[in-house]
Ligand binder design. Sequence first.
Ligand SMILES: Nc1ncnc2c1ncn2[C@@H]1O[C@H](COP(=O)(O)OP(=O)(O)OP(=O)(O)O)[C@@H](O)[C@H]1O
Length: 818
Amino acid sequence: MGAGAAAACPGSTASLSSVLPKWWRLVTIWFTGEARWVARGYAAAVICLALVTTLFSVHISYAQRDFSTALSGKDVPGFYAAVRKFVVIIFIAAPLFSFTSWVEERLVLSWRAHLTRLLTRKYFAHRAFYHIRQRGDALDGSSATAAGGSSGGVGGSSSAGIGSSSAGSGGAAGGIDNPDQRICDDVASFVRSSVSLSLTICRKIFSCVAFAGVLWGVSGSLVVFMFMYAGVGTFVTTAMFGRVLTSLYYRQLAREADLRFSLVRVRENAESIAFYKGEAGERVRVLSRLGGVLGVAYERVRWSALYDLWTSVYSYATILVPSLLTAPRYFKGEIEFGVISQASFAFSRIDAALSIIINNLAQISGLAAETERLHDLVAAMDAAAAAAAATGLPSSGSEGGGSAAAAAAAASAAAVALLSTAGGGEVIARRAAAGLRGLVLRQLRVVTPGGGGGGGSRVLTAGLSLSLEPGQSLLIVGPSGCGKSSLLRAIAGLWVAGGGTVLLPGGPANTAATADDEAAAAAAGANNNNSSGSASSASSGSGGGGVFFLPQKPFMPLGDLRTQLTFPSGVDMAAVTAVAVEDGTAPAGAAPPATTTTTTRPAAPGSQGQGQGEEGDEERAPLLLSHVTTTAAAAAAGGGGGGGGGHMAASISLVALQSGAGGGGGGSGGGGSVSDEELLALLDDVCLPDLVARVGGLDVELDWSSVLSVGEQQRLAVLRLLAARPCLAFMDEATSALDGPTESRLYSLIRKRVPCYVSVGHRLALLQHHTHVLECLSGDGAGGGGEGQWRVCTAAEYQRRAGAGGGGGGGAQQHHHH
Ligand SMILES: Nc1ncnc2c1ncn2[C@@H]1O[C@H](COP(=O)(O)OP(=O)(O)OP(=O)(O)O)[C@@H](O)[C@H]1O
């Protein structure tokens, strides 16, 4: 029974001693972090209080002794003297004991707050939540319960974690299940158990020393016997129960989180399940996860019963032993009666101290499991951050600075090392090029997560090079599953496995942050070098990078209607600052909170000449989309007819044309926030003029994803794009739920306000809104291990072919060589 449990759970392979360094690493996060003086103050206070309360316990034992001796000797004055002494001690000790528990509770709360905030920051930094989620999804189901318990050191866990973000090799390598549960529940229990166990140990050591002195006065042999007795007991207990109980506790945590997750999924997808009439299946799934929880729970009950049996035998024996050893001397008249009871009391205290593992094994094994889970989570988050930093845009704008750059460089180096061990693959480089206002891809290779060069990974795109400049727009088309969305994932930096370079607008000219940005960044954790400064602020766009992604699935955050419209940059500055102040991350000079929610926009690009980006002049110059091809398509073009479109048979190159510094395409608006009037006008633009009136105002909070139709949600998403006014936008089937005329109207607006954009779509009607088409030529995502082939042509040419040859495939045939 125990062996089975141990084999099934990675956590079980960790012995208690191997968990100790991990526990210590987690503990030092608080004690050496920015709040270290608070932490150390609390720790010193509780340790002193533990010492004082232990001394009082010794006094109480002496008072008790006098008490019993006076009573048995019928010594009336002695009795009353003992009573008086006892009352005085209790009078002082009682408030002290309650003050001690108050300080302990405060310590627990502060520590928990600190650790949860830290993990939350790490969770959102560098989109760790995305990379960790991927691994969690892959493991969703029964295997998830066994995941996450890597018993290796930080290095081992890190490489597993990095794999999840880039080139993971499947669940077997160890991953992170249910990060939400780890951040909420595991932190709380970890902190509580750590404090209570540490204090227990402190108290036990003190009392062990104090009572060993007392007992030594009675009988030296009793002390020696005591230590031997406790040593054997501890050894037997840990050998018999330690690993099994830790493993069972670990599995129970994971399975309970799985059960809860299955119920949360039902709540989130209630309508779809109801339409499918899928409740029977869901019920079975929930109940089977309950079965998983109960299975582990029953096993725990069995082991706990055995453990209880053992501890009762052990502790009852300790009641008898001191009396057996001291009674003969009492019978001979060598000691008083009170000495027997004092010896028993001292013996039981020392026994309790020495039997700390025996008596607290359940709590210790719980703490060990929580330590494993939190340690793995932190390692995975750090690894995800390092991987993101390896491919992320260099820091620019609000978080710039020597230390940030150095940290990013260090993280990059770490990530490259980790990636090379995890997947053996290259990483896509993403850079911000100052002055660039379009998109440049160079020899881009996109690989699905799942291994760098095999082991389930697939190459979706190989050798793709293109450039897009203001005034141009690209429609990505191709069969479902060929890798269109994945191309956007790679450009956005969500997928990093592969190779080549992505250049995006960036640098001072395009990322000049507004005051609000800076305040937000400063307040929201600028002093945390894991904060998501560089890559995400640039690529999420609306804040300061000028690049905006609209995903395929609309997302409606929790909050009022204004939040929906201004997402992701609509930040309640008062709340941000409040959080940062609570968090202790607000710098001394943090900007005072704004009173309203604001949406920031990139400032209008200024003169191009100031660009200090990483790229040279060649990259800064706007590039005309001259051609695009891939290695495979290039070869094909060399051998067969290349119809139109400017395909080149030879090597791929980017043709930099005349720089049109100052970037055409117009319209990049000035900085500042979006007023309510502007929001109302934008709602009008996206054909939702009556939405505010219908729901009752901009401040109304509803469950937006269920009260708005998918088409309405898509229109709101386009509104966000228009409000953000990026210089480059990516839309993944962002208008797929809209009727033709509405879609057309929205695209006309986008064309007017966004100089350069890329869409993924299936409808031919979209052609009229794009200047070029990027077509995936692989029928099935380069199935069978072939490389993804793409080609570009003008929209007119694509349209011509579609008219003549039945879809873009007519033209595609010419180059479709495997
Ligand atoms: N996290 C992942 N891990 C491994 N493979 C993935 C992952 N996400 C997607 N894929 C695979 O990558 C391929 C490309 O997916 P992608 O979403 O880019 O397709 P698409 O061309 O956008 O399709 P559609 O038109 O249906 O939206 C698919 O075969 C998909 O199964």
